[in-house]
Design a protein around this ligand. Sequence first.
Ligand code: ADP
Ligand code: MG
Length: 138
Amino acid sequence: MSNLTFGIIKPDAVAKGHTGKIIDRILSNGFKIRGMKLIHQTKKNAEGFYAVHAERPFFGELTEFMSSGPCVVLALEKEGAVKAWRDLMGATNPAEAAEGTLRKDFAGSIGENAVHGSDSDENAAIEIAYFFSKLELV
Ligand code: ADP
Ligand code: MG
């Protein structure tokens, strides 16, 4: 099991001014931030990132949203990081997200749901490499 995962504070949460609160929750839950930057993705970049979802009906909406404004990309370290970060994020649909999770507290809808997290160690490594150069990882 790897100790790294990849996260995004999505454009909805950044636009609503929740970035600082989410970073505080990340740190107080024992994650170390190994990489972090504010970026504004192009649609093409978002399409590449979410290529696995290309056949899903919400792909256009999702990539429009992810390129609609700035987001914060994160490389996070903790033991069992992939599961720990998904547990802190909560369910994809905020209506189903448990109390105390980021999506319960900050997400507005199943599409605009405040945060992203990798779903496996393998994808965490791919996603970190998609956004960060070696120099940007400490
Ligand atoms: P997660 O982000 O929890 O891993 P998925 O990988 O299934 O969820 O989906 C990726 C992203 O696509 C979600 O976080 C959400 O932004 C969007 N999405 C998922 N399902 C829907 C849906 N039914 N309608 C609109 N957007 C969706
Ligand atoms: Mg996913």
